[in-house]
Design a protein around this ligand. Structure first.
Ligand code: NAD
Ligand code: WQD
Length: 343
């Protein structure tokens, strides 16, 4: 089976390429490199000892997509390509809807032209908005209380995929709702390489540990949680990568699908900011200076997944614990203090 991996040079995509290879699947990467460098792909090739075809291109470019589908025999698509910075999306809503929603529409149109109707889509727990309760089940309502265009773009794409599936049951669609991916491949060769000052907790902590940033700002300590700080479901990126392999295996077994299969991709465990900091300090042996500051706009108190559907339907569950996530994040950060840039 040959899989087109859009956004395959990025953080989750690059890790997924390795797991696809391990599962005996061929990948073709399509990425516009707007938030990645080819270096990540070269390192993946080094890890797996094999070349991966790469085409630099944009998901909104139909002509180039047609050329891609003409040149390669593609059985299915894992669609990671998209912009993902929550704060930036508030400043640049049109760019986010264009890139994420229009990019997905163009991709789906070309897939239909080439009768390639299997797709796994990278969605996000953000579609649940302020969840009714935790753990969060897939059947909870979505779309209400999403605080930013990034999250709404994911919600809109989910709705488009549901409509598409209704119109034609030969489409086989899995929507994976990622919780908070962190960690890195254990080689330390690939990992998360954010531009500028990180927005997310783990890259921020790692950059404090390596001396690039002075101290962590903890956004609020008065939430109704174990210690007042926000609780999230952190998942090792390699576990998450494996969920895609399981989703592909699932799709291959289906003749038709009446609706997209929607699956939470988390561990089912919630950890507070302070618990993550402590785990990172243990894993790295570094003290993380921190200061409590005001809550960040748009943040919720607690978010973690009910993972029973993933186990029951995909036969997938996360293996790695928080200690391993922190150890691997740290291993990547200390070996690559400037990400892919300095190599
Ligand atoms: P990333 O930015 O590292 O990877 C996305 C990749 O897509 C990048 O390599 C970028 O260059 C490429 N890209 C962006 N727009 C493109 C376009 N129009 N055409 C072609 N390539 C394009 O992000 P990631 O963390 O690996 O996330 C992958 C996907 O998972 C994204 O869709 C993201 O929204 C989603 N997601 C991520 C998280 C997270 O916390 N990392 C959580 C939930 C969902
Ligand atoms: C985690 C916790 C913060 C940074 C975001 C997106 C979501 C998905 C994953 C892309 C929260 C606290 C953070 C810091 C802090 N992304 N924090 N100091 O907000 O759960 O999810 O990333 O698809 O859509 O919204 O992740 O890592 O930003 O925050 O105290 O410097 O850490 O308040 O409680 P979040 P995060």
């Amino acid at each position: 089976m040959a899989v087109l991996v859009t956004g395959g040079a990025g953080y989750i995509g690059s890790h997924t390429l390795i797991e696809l290879h391990k599962a005996g699947l061929e990948s073709i990467v399509y990425d516009n490199l707007s938030n990645a460098s080819e270096e990540s792909l070269q390192r993946v090739e080094h890890i797996i000892g094999k070349e991966i075809p790469f085409v630099k291109g944009d998901t909104r470019d139909k002509e180039q997509l047609r050329e891609l589908f003409s040149n390669y025999s593609i059985d299915g698509v894992i669609h990671f390509a998209g912009l993902k910075a929550v704060g930036e999306s508030v400043q640049k809503p049109l760019e986010y809807y264009d890139n994420n929603v229009i990019g997905t529409l163009r991709l789906l149109e070309v897939m239909r032209e080439f009768d390639c109707k299997s797709i796994i889509f990278s969605s996000s727990a953000t579609v649940y908005g302020e969840p009714e309760m935790v753990p969060i089940k897939e059947e909870f309502s979505t779309g209400n209380g999403i605080t930013n265009p990034y999250g709404r773009s994911k919600y809109m794409i989910e709705e488009i995929l549901k409509d598409l599936s209704k119109s034609d049951s030969s489409w086989k669609i899995v929507i994976l709702r990622y919780f908070n991916p962190i960690g890195a491949h254990e080689s330390g060769l690939i990992g998360e390489d954010p531009n500028g000052i990180p927005n997310n907790l783990m890259p921020y902590i790692s950059q404090v540990a390596v001396g690039k940033l002075n101290e962590l700002q903890v956004f609020g300590d008065n939430y109704p949680t174990v210690d007042g700080t926000g609780v999230r479901d952190y998942i090792h990126v390699v576990d998450l990568a494996n969920a895609h392999v399981k989703a592909l295996e699932y799709i291959q077994k289906q003749d038709v699908m009446q609706e997209p299969l929607i699956v939470n991709a988390g561990t089912g465990m919630g950890y507070s900011v302070l618990e993550v900091v402590k785990a990172f300090e243990r894993a790295s042996g570094k003290k993380i200076p921190k200061k409590i500051v005001a809550r960040r706009a748009g943040d919720i108190a607690i978010c973690y997944a009910d993972v029973s559907r993933a186990q029951e339907i995909l036969g997938w569950s996360a293996e790695f614990d928080l200690e391993k996530m922190c150890a691997d994040s740290w291993n990547w950060q200390k070996k690559n203090p400037n990400g892919y840039e300095a190599s």
